[in-house]
Design a protein around this ligand. Structure first.
Ligand SMILES: NC(=O)c1ccc[n+]([C@@H]2O[C@H](COP(=O)([O-])OP(=O)(O)OC[C@H]3O[C@@H](n4cnc5c(N)ncnc54)[C@H](O)[C@@H]3O)[C@@H](O)[C@H]2O)c1
Ligand SMILES: O[C@H]1[C@H](O)[C@@H](O)[C@H](O)[C@@H](O)[C@H]1O
Length: 357
């Protein structure tokens, strides 16, 4: 087992900068050595806060450099394919932020490439940043449902609200590909099954979204075993970060993300925006701080041990395939089947929907 993993972070916008702070300050057995961003001023400024960390404008230089053992990718989704494949070619473990890529075909190319690495070396190198699997509340919910005492899981009801979105180009499609994709992974994680169809409904939008943006959206997933998942995604709620999940099973229901769960309080307009006996988290960095820490620590530990953990390339592909169907449904309003390759046609067996250890 290596003593310390030397990590490079690619893309240092909102999420990348957050990962830089945790790698530099809170993650054991990791050494942050380099950051890369085409915005070289941003990269240099961030690196200047950390002794011994260098910056570059060239992501591929960082990925292939000898001083980097493993890579965190927090660049935009449309460059993930090139950068993940570069990590695989260099033999470097990569924690790639969600979404794995922007369409099914490119995600499948990554699955195939990672399977080839696994066949040659005995371990895959890609972990996808679906951090909710590491959130203590989601992990507990998964273990309660998988434990079987409540019988079969019948329904999930998900709510996912952002106060606003920082990017003015955050269009209707990004609500499916960037936001709803978390609910896709939650559904797969909690049911332990694939999503087989998706329908995206478009309510009359809030006047506070950018012109032409359909926000909120309601998406319905049908699971392979017949379960149904309802999802509200609302990225201009004006309040704060609200992520809730209620599971309905044969002999009971479980809800996480409510004030009574103790983690934080939710928002009710009657007591004033953003308050109801407590404070609504501002955004995902606050709500999921522990989940990100556990995710990155588990990844570093797996890199040191030469193993793998958490959401796989297959999980990233399966989620992207649902997003791809979701985009078609957003356009048509119809229920659209999810087109997923048979995992048995791939070189190794799929290891989807595994609980993080
Ligand atoms: N897991 C989560 O909860 C979560 C939260 C936020 C964002 N994300 C994901 O993290 C990624 C980044 O999102 P963000 O909100 O930080 O975006 P952002 O726009 O704030 O930052 C993106 C950064 O990437 C840089 N960049 C652009 N092209 C690049 C390239 N070719 N190589 C390297 N860097 C490049 C940009 O200059 C910018 O600094 C996305 O995949 C997003 O979906 C995940
Ligand atoms: O990229 C972000 C991120 O994934 C957040 O977790 C989600 O709440 C946002 O809606 C999305 O835009």
């Amino acid at each position: 087992m290596s003593a310390v993993v030397r990590v490079g972070v690619v893309g240092v916008g909102i999420m990348g900068a957050d990962h830089v702070e945790r790698l530099a300050g809170r993650i054991a057995h990791a050494e942050l050595v380099a950051v890369a961003d085409p915005d070289e001023v941003r990269a240099k400024e961030l690196a200047s806060h950390h002794d011994g960390v260098r910056s570059t404008g060239d992501a591929l230089e960082l990925i292939t450099s000898d001083d980097v053992d493993a890579v965190v990718l927090a660049s935009p989704g449309f460059v993930h394919e090139e950068q993940v494949l570069a990590c695989l070619a260099a033999g470097k473990p990569v924690l790639c932020e969600k979404p794995l890529t922007m369409d099914s075909e490119s995600s499948l190319r990554i699955v195939r490439a990672d399977r080839e690495v696994e066949a040659a070396t005995g371990r895959p190198l890609v972990q996808v940043g679906f951090m909710r699997r590491f959130d203590p509340e989601y992990a507990r919910l998964r273990s309660v449902l998988a434990g079987g005492s409540l019988g079969r899981t019948l329904l999930l009801h998900n709510v996912h609200r952002n106060a606003s979105v920082p990017n003015p180009d955050f269009r209707s499609e990004m609500i499916v590909r960037d936001s709803l994709v978390h609910e896709v992974d939650v559904a797969r994680f909690l049911f332990g099954e694939e999503v087989v169809s998706v329908q995206v409904l478009s309510p009359a939008p809030t006047s506070l979204a950018a012109a032409g943006v359909i926000d909120p959206q309601v998406a319905l997933f049908t699971m392979a075993g017949g379960g149904i998942v309802t999802n509200e995604v609302f990225v201009n709620s004006q309040v704060g970060y609200e992520v809730r999940c209620e599971a309905v099973a044969e002999r009971g229901s479980v809800v996480i993300g409510r004030p009574s769960s103790g983690a934080y309080s939710t928002a009710l307009a009657m007591d004033g925006v953003g308050q109801w006996g407590g404070t609504v988290p501002a955004d995902y960095r606050e709500r999921f701080a522990t989940a990100y820490d556990l995710e990155v620590q588990a990844w570093v530990d797996s890199v040191r041990a030469g193993t793998s953990v958490g959401p796989t390339a297959w999980d990233g592909y399966a989620a992207t395939a649902v997003s791809t169907a979701g985009m078609a449904s957003l356009a048509s309003g119809e229920r659209v089947p999810v087109d997923l390759v048979d995992p048995l046609t791939l070189s190794q067996n799929a290891s989807s929907t595994k609980e993080p250890s």
